[in-house]
Design a protein around this ligand. Structure first.
Ligand code: MG
Length: 377
């Protein structure tokens, strides 16, 4: 890989210096569905990241809820800010473990791009609507978005991402069915995702009064984080205590992954990314800490995600998704032209789901009020 100018360091030269042997190197990419020539100085995974960042589906993440809706003020995370936080944690892990940060960033920005409106409630509704057509999964829909629905380049449909970025998303979509472990870069995004949402869901839930720090401290991992914070600071305001607790939770877990997996990788005989995959190495933290993390997730499930206020919002989001879906199935002539054209390719019900899934929460609610509110349909 040569540079266009002698002073310009190529991405291959940069990676040769920065990455560990077990990382996924750009020069080893198996390329794109529609072949393209290399950019003069942006690596293939850097270009993937930029394509995801500039996609319209990515921008719409700002209007999609993570756990809490906009009815509850503006403090809490949206799907976009969650994605940026995942990217931040994943890039930290990438550098510490000397993995391919560009690939990790591309996959992190992509990982939730397929979320329909109203979070998992909307996903469950669309899955139910398509139960006879193979169901709906946001991870699978992300692939549809970047391979088919985004129209931004004259030479190809979708974003024409590299095989590695797509494989990372495919691994998410097939996680339960798959027996093989994916690239370390893919695993890093997965680990960063769960560390991030546990921490920020605690932050949002405490801020919104769904749970309090006292209750949370009875869960071992949160209790330990709180002890560390209280050993360093006294008389913190409730706001600062909450923020410091969340930072501590993230730092403890990210550091635990680096401390546990780093030495194994460093001392391993693995000379390339294929060796790591063949060895079925799973990135993570100690089994004890993993169990504590599971306890924290069970607590969040019971006390936050199943909270009556959220269940009510969830039912409302599901009902609106169902009704809007039925409305467009009954009146497909009201679909925007590009989704009407998809009926011939993927069938009516899938084409309608592809349209509804791309909506923001606000647009979905507007469409519901416009088409379904008084129609009784
Ligand atoms: Mg996520």
């Amino acid at each position: 890989m040569s540079s266009t100018k002698p002073w310009l360091q190529s991405f291959a030269e940069r990676e040769a210096v920065l990455l560990a042997p077990y990382a996924m190197f750009s020069v080893e990419s198996t390329g794109r569905t529609h072949p393209e020539s290399d950019h003069a100085y942006r690596g293939p995974f850097q270009r993937d990241r930029d394509r995801v960042l500039h996609s319209s589906a990515f921008r719409r993440l700002s209007g999609k809820m993570q756990v809490f809706t906009g009815d509850r003020g503006d403090y809490h995370r949206t799907r976009l800010t969650h994605t940026m936080e995942v990217s931040s944690v994943a890039r930290t892990l990438a550098r510490a473990l000397r993995l391919n940060e560009d690939l990790i960033e591309a996959m992190a920005l992509l990982h939730d791009i397929g979320h329909p409106p109203f979070g998992h409630a909307g996903e469950d509704a669309l899955h139910d609507c398509l139960k006879d057509e193979g169901g709906f999964s946001h991870n699978q829909y992300a692939l549809t978005v970047v391979e088919e629905l985004e129209e931004r380049y004259p030479d190809f449909p979708g974003l024409n991402l590299t095989a590695e970025t797509l494989a990372g998303q495919r691994a998410r979509a097939n996680k339960i069915a798959s027996r093989s472990v994916p690239l370390l870069e893919t695993q890093t995004v997965d680990v960063a995702d769960s560390i991030t949402y546990n921490a920020h869901d605690i932050d949002d839930a405490v801020k919104l009064g769904i749970i309090n720090v006292g209750q949370l401290s009875r869960v071992p991992l949160a209790g330990e984080a709180l002890s560390v914070v209280q050993s360093r600071f006294t008389n913190l305001s409730a706001e600062t205590l909450r923020a410091t607790l969340v930072h501590q939770l993230i730092d403890m877990q990210v550091s635990a992954v680096v401390a546990y997996s780093g030495p194994i990788l460093k001392d391993s005989p693995w000379q390339n990314h294929r060796d790591v995959v063949a060895a079925q190495f799973q990135l993570g933290m100690t089994p004890e800490l993993s169990e504590q993390k599971c306890q924290l997730e069970r607590y969040l499930y019971q006390h936050v995600y199943r909270h009556e206020q959220l269940l009510k919002m969830r039912r409302q989001g599901q009902d609106q998704s169902w009704e809007l879906f039925d409305h467009f199935v009954q009146q497909p002539h009201l679909l925007p032209l590009r989704f009407a054209k998809r009926i011939a390719v993927v069938g009516l019900r899938r084409a309608v789901a592809d349209y509804v899934a791309g909506m923001t929460d606000r647009f979905c609610r507007q469409q519901y009020e416009l088409h379904c509110w008084n129609s009784g349909s």
